[in-house]
Write a protein that binds this ligand. Structure first.
Ligand code: RIB
Length: 301
């Protein structure tokens, strides 16, 4: 099974701050860095680091050299990437003293993913293959429709959530990976309880399987017949940016490699915990060997 990740690539502009800037306030950043990110790119790197073969498709600007380089450094296949006349997408990220973030994304070249380009890329994939989509590029709805026509397995990480998602034909999706904010939105439930969110999601999308991540409160895998819980691992939070993407990439890699759900959740959780303990999004994603070694030590305790 080939994995096609049709997703965003961003230059992350990261400002280390004591607290998030408030209305009418001006604050000085303690540090500034530009690193590679974008939910799409982060998930491709996590997939590759977890041992999966992944093709990344998406659009970059003339300034996107660093984005291609990091994908290639980790073995992600970049032949399908296209250049746009717009600058690459970017994200403005504040990271506070507790390692929490807030993020503004600016689409840039991610908004130049056209229907014609999607059709061209998908022509090389078939019912044996999987497509992974997030919600940071243009024409996600078209990609879902075309992938369904080709019989591909469709995985959606509906992030960030917005109203457009409701028009996406999500009843064709085989697998959702989402956090509690995204889960609550898509479930249509008012409640914040994971149990209610899960019920709502199953009612709305009975065809699908799900991973619901709850940050420090763990994660659930569930489908119509089963439900498995995984606790999160304790770490000192340095920067939570990209932790969800790390979880998604590791979990999907395990799924494709035929690993069991429990083992797979453990590995994705540990990878996400390690990502939280480091700066940046893509650069914080750990290698599989490191994840396995720590899990092995944990098992022996
Ligand atoms: O999920 C983290 C990512 O969200 C960042 O890398 C940023 O680019 C935004 O897409």
């Amino acid at each position: 099974m080939k994995i096609l990740n049709l997703g965003s690539l961003n230059i992350d502009k990261i400002y280390q701050v004591e607290h998030f800037v408030e209305p009418k306030e001006t604050i000085k950043a303690a540090a500034y860095e530009e690193l590679c990110g974008g939910k799409g790119l982060n998930q491709s790197i996590a997939l590759a680091k977890a041992g999966a073969e992944v093709y990344h498709a998406g659009c970059i600007g003339q300034d996107g050299g660093m984005l291609v380089n990091i994908l290639e450094e980790y073995g992600v296949k970049t032949d399908y990437l296209r250049h746009s006349t717009k600058p690459s997408g970017h994200a403005v990220i504040q990271v506070n003293g507790e390692g929490q973030n807030n993020i503004i994304i600016c689409g840039g070249s991610n908004d130049d993913v056209t229907e014609a380009y999607i059709e061209e890329v998908l022509a090389d994939f078939s019912r044996e293959d999987m497509i992974l989509l997030q919600n940071e590029i243009s024409n996600v709805d078209f990609a879902i429709r075309k992938a369904r026509e080709r019989g591909m397995k469709i995985v959606v990480n509906p992030s960030p959530v917005n109203k457009a998602l409701e028009t996406y034909g999500l009843e064709s999706v085989d697998f959702f990976i989402l956090n509690e904010v995204e889960g609550k939105y898509l479930s249509g439930k008012e409640s914040d309880r994971p149990e209610d969110i899960m019920e709502g999601l199953k009612e709305k999308f009975p065809q699908a399987a799900f991973v619901l991540t709850l940050g420090e409160n763990g994660a659930y895998y569930f489908d119509a017949k089963s439900c498995v819980y995984q606790k999160s691992y304790d770490v000192e939070a340095v920067d939570t940016t990209g932790a969800g993407d790390t979880f998604s990439g590791y979990f999907l890699a395990g799924l494709v490699q035929g690993r069991g759900i429990e083992e797979n959740l453990r590995s994705a959780s540990m990878a996400a915990a390690l990502a939280v303990s480091r700066h940046g999004a893509a650069p914080s994603i750990p290698a599989l060997q490191e994840v396995n070694e720590i899990l092995e030590k944990e098992r022996r305790l």
